[in-house]
Design a protein around this ligand. Structure first.
Ligand code: NCD
Ligand code: ZN
Length: 340
């Protein structure tokens, strides 16, 4: 099938980047690179130098293409944003509500202040990727996505109806429903892990930090709604792995970091669950066709091959100079081998 793209990926920087970039470059053609470094990528100059560091971390001969994003804040420079978009360096801008997730302290507190920037993005056709969770302490963590849609996202989209919006890593039935309400203007990425785990995986039989990510996995009914959406063939849903490496020391911790690292085995995991859902024929739409269509890009021209055989194994962790990073354990046998 057409080589997949990853429409939401964390590559980090420095030693972590160097260790994990090859994991994404193996199966994916392109990826949208999240800007939540410390400090975040807020200007085109920073995006350009980050892109160069990513290119330098790729294996020799790799054709992997990083698609850069800028981290929106209340001071984002409109002209810098448009120039970066026009030049093709930056494909989208990312909206993090302040404090919603890893390295989001510099995110947006007052969404109304973004109005001029969002109007400008709508004019130039630049999509906004949004981490859709409210951060209010009075809202239960399992409800934060649904509340964000009602309180923030829907009113924002009514104020700027032409803005293209990607709801990142949706985790709920409400998210999947809302994402299909404005074809061509609204879409959602879904991660591999949210198609496989529910909240029991995190909490039952012991606390499993390697299944903890944000937005946190919800109950089984929501996982089933996401699976239905991903396997539906509908163009408004596409893959964004949200593969987000943290060292094991930072995950297995009294205050463990949020993030699941799945770059290594994502395509094999997806083939397994799409097959189990009787929807292998929809895998290519989800991983390789619907994403480029939403972003106005052509699909990759090259192909990957998926071959089914005896169960295969992946490394349990990736070695980095900072320490090991555990690879997502789907908890099911994987039979699909990916090759070029
Ligand atoms: C991500 C990270 O570690 O950067 N963590 C996560 O749990 N998904 C940030 C994010 O995308 O929310
Ligand atoms: Zn993410």
């Amino acid at each position: 099938m057409t080589r997949p793209d990853d429409w939401h990926l964390h590559l980090r920087d420095g030693a972590m980047l160097n260790a994990i970039a090859p994991e994404s470059a193996r199966d994916f053609g392109r990826a949208i690179i999240m800007p939540n470094l410390l400090p975040p990528i807020v200007t085109s100059t920073q995006a350009l130098s980050y892109k160069k560091r990513i290119m330098a971390a790729l294996p020799d001969g790799s054709n992997f293409k990083p698609l850069m994003t800028l981290y929106l804040n209340e001071k984002t420079d409109k002209n810098d944003l448009s120039r970066a978009h026009a030049s093709g360096l930056v494909i989208a801008a990312k909206l993090y509500p302040a404090g919603a997730t890893t390295n989001s302290d510099g995110g947006v507190k007052d969404f109304h202040k973004l109005q001029p920037i969002l109007e400008h993005m709508a004019e130039i056709g630049m999509p906004m990727c949004v981490h859709g969770e409210v951060t209010d302490l009075d809202v239960d963590i399992f409800d934060r996505e649904a509340v964000f849609i009602d309180r923030i996202l829907d009113p924002m989209r009514c104020r700027v109806p032409d803005l293209k919006v990607v709801m990142e890593h949706i985790t709920t039935e409400e998210g999947a429903e809302y994402a299909k309400s404005a074809p061509g203007k609204l879409a959602a990425t879904i991660t591999t892990h949210h198609l496989i785990i529910n909240r029991n995986h995190i909490l039952s039989g012991g606390l499993r930090p390697h299944y903890y990510c944000l937005p946190v996995a919800k109950r089984e009914t929501h996982r089933l709604a996401l699976l239905k959406a991903a396997t539906s063939g509908s163009e408004c849903y596409f893959l964004g792995t949200d593969s987000a490496p943290h060292t094991d020391a930072l995950k297995e911790n009294a205050c463990g970091c949020a993030g699941i690292f799945s770059a290594t085995n994502t395509v094999s995991c997806l083939a397994e669950i799409f097959e189990a859902a009787g929807a292998l024929d929809q895998l290519e739409n989800f991983t390789s066709l619907s994403g480029p269509k939403f972003y106005g890009l052509a699909p990759n021209v090259d192909k990957i091959h998926l071959t089914k055989g005896a169960p295969i194994t992946f490394p349990e962790f990736i070695k980095t100079h900072l320490g090991p990073v555990t690879v997502f354990d789907p908890g099911i046998d994987l039979h699909w081998q990916v090759s070029n």
